[in-house]
Design a protein around this ligand. Structure first.
Ligand SMILES: [Zn+2]
Length: 407
């Protein structure tokens, strides 16, 4: 019994015990619009305890025994958040998009998803949201238990769509997802962009799904491209609209008025499909027509982001829709937001940090560098508030106080 207890104490944190880590950073972007130079961040266990200017009056020596990281030539920012990724999507050993009937082993699928999660973490993303796949649950829980490296993961499990059924079936499906451990609900209210993006769910279906989710305390993310599908989702009280390539100014204003979150993609998802065309071509709607639709969507998507950003009061969050081929490149849409859609770099960073955290209902835990917050921190070479491409040069990644990258 005694050796067993000793073994347990070797792996479990002893209550009250926490390693102290000090990060010296050249520039600090706090994720809420604030900047500090020559700052010192003190982390205990999984949390940030102090943030101060090194030369300031409150300066004190690092606590004895603290581990110190010198990031004085880098810029620190909160761990980035991508609210729309698909970690279960990968290319199989034949170099094609994995599908249920391609004969690939379950073990390979699991490892591929774990690899995608790790690549995403190394790229500076410490929290992601997946809408969604049944397989996310084990991935989410293994990461949360610290068994494998990856970003904090929220999942909808399997999404709902017109095939789920009428209002009654949709309500049941929402309750079932909740019972299965979903963090939120994903609903398809329009067709894919590759099939034109027309509306697929009625008002009654959307009201049932989003209403039931709200009653159970779950957020709803609604895939919607056409203005009709966006309007219906907003009026049904759904939480967030995804994609919206064909959003008109009228529905953008409606989202702003009703407080609906909007998650448009700037370019990574389309460029990734086109760059990896031979790996997707011939599977489902990845056909000639589908690729033509995605080529056409590239300028439309940038224009939609631009108009969304110009819509007063609209909460535009950061989600890339990263699929197979895009994992680990999640920061590319930040570059697109600034360089192509004209968003000020600080606002782009806020959309992927403090604003994204608010959209997840986690603003009191992640998305900012401040005392009491989870110690989710990245450091990049250069200052992304001046040159957004610095987000491509991640050199240091800490999640919940644990260092996963230190180049
Ligand atoms: Zn998606």
């Amino acid at each position: 019994m005694r050796w067993l207890l000793a073994a347990v104490f070797c792996v479990l944190p002893i209550p009250g015990w926490a390693e102290t880590v000090v990060l010296r950073v050249g520039t600090l972007l706090d994720g809420r619009g604030g900047t500090l130079h020559d700052a010192r961040i003190v982390v205990e266990g999984a949390r940030i305890v102090t943030v101060e200017v090194s030369g300031g009056t409150g300066r004190s020596a690092p606590p004895p025994g603290a581990r110190v990281y010198d990031l004085s030539r880098l810029t620190a920012l909160p761990g980035l958040i991508d609210v729309h990724v698909h970690p279960a999507w990968y290319f199989n050993p034949a170099g094609r998009l994995h599908t249920d009937d391609d004969g690939d082993s379950a073990a390979h699928g699991t490892l591929a998803a774990a690899g995608n999660a790790y690549a995403t973490l190394l790229a500076g993303f410490t929290t992601v949201q997946s809408p969604g796949s049944r397989d996310d649950k084990e991935l989410r829980d293994a990461i949360a238990r610290g068994e494998i490296p990856g970003p904090r993961l929220l999942t909808s499990l399997d999404p709902l769509n017109e095939a789920t059924g009428g209002p009654e079936e949709l309500r049941k499906a929402v309750a079932q997802r909740k019972a299965e451990g979903a963090d939120f609900i994903k609903i398809f209210a329009s067709k894919s962009i590759r099939e034109g993006g027309a509306r697929t769910l009625s008002d009654a279906q959307l009201e049932a799904a989003c209403g039931e989710a709200r009653a159970l305390g779950l957020r709803t993310l609604v895939h919607a491209h056409s203005p009709e599908s966006i309007r219906a989702a907003v009026l049904a009280g759904c939480t967030q609209v995804e994609h919206g390539v064909f959003a008109t100014d009228e529905v953008l204003r409606l989202m702003a008025e009703r407080g609906t979150w909007f998650d448009p993609q700037c370019g990574l998802v389309f460029h990734n499909y086109l760059d990896n065309r031979p790996k997707y071509e011939g599977i489902g709607n990845y056909n000639e027509e589908g690729f033509r639709a995605m080529e056409k969507a590239i300028p439309l998507a940038v224009a939609a982001v631009r108009r969304a950003l110009a819509t007063a009061g609209l909460k535009v969050v950061y989600g890339t829709d990263a699929v197979a081929g895009a994992h680990g490149h999640n920061a590319e849409d930040l570059v697109c937001r600034v360089k192509e859609a004209g968003q000020p770099p600080r606002d782009a960073i806020a959309s992927a940090t403090s604003l994204a955290a608010r959209s997840l209902g986690l603003a009191d835990q992640i998305g900012a560098i401040a005392p009491g917050m989870q110690a989710d921190l990245v450091a990049v070479e250069g200052d992304p508030s001046r040159d957004i491409t610095a987000v491509r040069r991640v050199r240091f990644v800490m999640r919940a106080g644990r260092v996963y990258r230190n180049d």
